[in-house]
Design a protein around this ligand. Structure first.
Ligand code: GLV
Ligand code: MN
Ligand code: MN
Ligand code: MN
Length: 399
């Protein structure tokens, strides 16, 4: 199967015909179809498939001498955000299989195993915590907290794992698996317009996090309730959205309210509660923290005259990630030079960098759009990405 054939096979899975956006949430039917595709691609190549205890999958190519450690791990994720693009995640996995094919055609002699990983729930679109599979693997989230996370239908992560044939009590840091891996290199579509050449190398991921704002008021009739009698949580919620924009401008950060839940959600009913999620990112921890504090203060101030209560909870936070300098330089050398750029997007590579030398390759995105249907990469650039990944894996797996 060539890169293009693999890409075409995945393309219809979970795609909304009307919008072109993808809905591949962890362990829902479209994502399970992507996982089955992954297992088929591994089987087709005779690559043993490992299911780790955190819902991640790895397809292995072992050297002939039976070496099982110091592996070079690559891969990405198969899940998507709601209405996401085709490339965010799958590009890294399809490229990894295509790179393995190239290396085999060229008779590469491995001294270290190469593993292709598909990490679970990278987007956090179902359970709210991004990079959940790699966080569990790396010990970056308390397993008890992970087990209790719920999806939009109130199903716990533990229940969903159990339904997928995994033991929820076994999730958590996996030093056996990490101990077999020497480094991780993830290829990913670039998610802004920062890359002018087909392939680049990541320097860092900016600090970023998610906060849940709960506004509690009183549900009531939209026609019979006088303005003075209302406790309408929509009003401070609206203030919070505007405050996020202002705080981001003041602090040189970015802040987004992209998800909101209004209860009960009737046209003719004052809401009883509103839950809104703030995503904030910026060049430095202090600026991001200040942004969130200012939005929280503005929300409370907007809530007071309406007798609405506000609760703010941090759902996840990732400090600045500087990718391993020696590995990054090695990638640049292997590619004969490449632009080096930071990113505002989170990745499993960022989480794993606390435990392993990690690096990333980016493939140019001419639209500069991501987490939306217009996300794009030209086939020629994707193939350049495959060549670059093959060169990097070859170099690392020989050493
Ligand atoms: C994930 O892709 C994120 O950056 O939110
Ligand atoms: Mn993403
Ligand atoms: Mn991604
Ligand atoms: Mn991501």
């Amino acid at each position: 199967m060539s890169f293009e054939e693999m890409w075409r096979a995945l393309l219809p899975v979970g795609r909304d015909a009307a919008t072109g956006g993808y809905h591949r949430f962890a362990w829902t039917p479209p994502e399970l179809e992507c996982r089955a595709w992954f297992a088929d691609e591994a089987r087709r190549r005779g690559m043993p498939l490992e299911h780790d205890r955190n819902g991640n999958m790895i397809a292995w190519w072992y050297p002939e001498d039976g070496t099982r450690d110091r592996a070079v791990l690559t891969g990405s994720h198969l899940d998507s955000v709601p209405g996401g693009g085709a490339f965010d995640g799958p590009l890294g996995i399809v490229s990894a299989f295509a790179a393995v094919d190239l290396l085999r055609e060229r008779g590469a002699a491995l001294r270290r195993p190469i593993g292709i990983a598909a990490f679970a729930e990278e987007e956090g679109a179902r359970f709210g915590v991004a990079c959940l599979g790699s966080r569990l693997l790396a010990g970056a989230i308390d397993p008890a907290r992970a087990r209790a996370l719920t999806d939009g239908d109130g199903r716990t992560f533990a229940e969903v794992l159990h339904g997928a044939g995994l033991d929820p009590d076994a999730i958590g840091p996996d030093d056996d698996l990490l101990g077999r891996v020497g480094c991780y290199v993830e290829l990913h579509v670039e998610q802004g317009r920062a890359l002018a050449e087909p392939v680049g190398v990541a320097s860092s991921i900016v600090p970023h996090g998610r906060w849940r704002f709960g506004f509690a008021g009183e549900g009531n009739h939209a026609g019979t309730t006088a303005l003075a009698d209302r406790r309408d949580p929509m009003i401070p919620f609206a203030g919070m959205v505007l405050a996020a924009r202002d705080a981001a401008e003041r602090n040189g950060t970015v802040a987004t309210v992209g998800k909101v839940r209004v209860v009960p959600g009737g046209v003719n009913a004052i809401a009883s509660s509103v839950t809104a999620w703030l995503d904030a990112r910026g060049p430095a921890d202090a600026a991001v923290r200040r942004t969130v504090d200012e939005v929280g203060a503005a929300a409370r101030e907007a809530a007071r005259p309406h007798r609405v209560t506000v609760e703010v909870a941090e759902e996840s936070y990732t400090e600045i990630v500087d990718f391993n300098l020696a590995l990054r330089d090695r990638l640049v050398r292997t590619l004969g030079g490449a632009p080096v750029l930071p990113t505002g997007a989170g990745h499993d590579a960022g989480v794993l960098s606390a435990r392993l030398p990690t690096a990333m390759l980016f493939v140019r995105n001419p639209t500069g759009v991501s987490h939306a249907p217009a996300e794009h990469a030209e086939t020629a650039d994707c193939l350049a990405g495959v060549e670059a990944l093959a060169a990097v894996l070859d170099d690392l797996a020989r050493g």
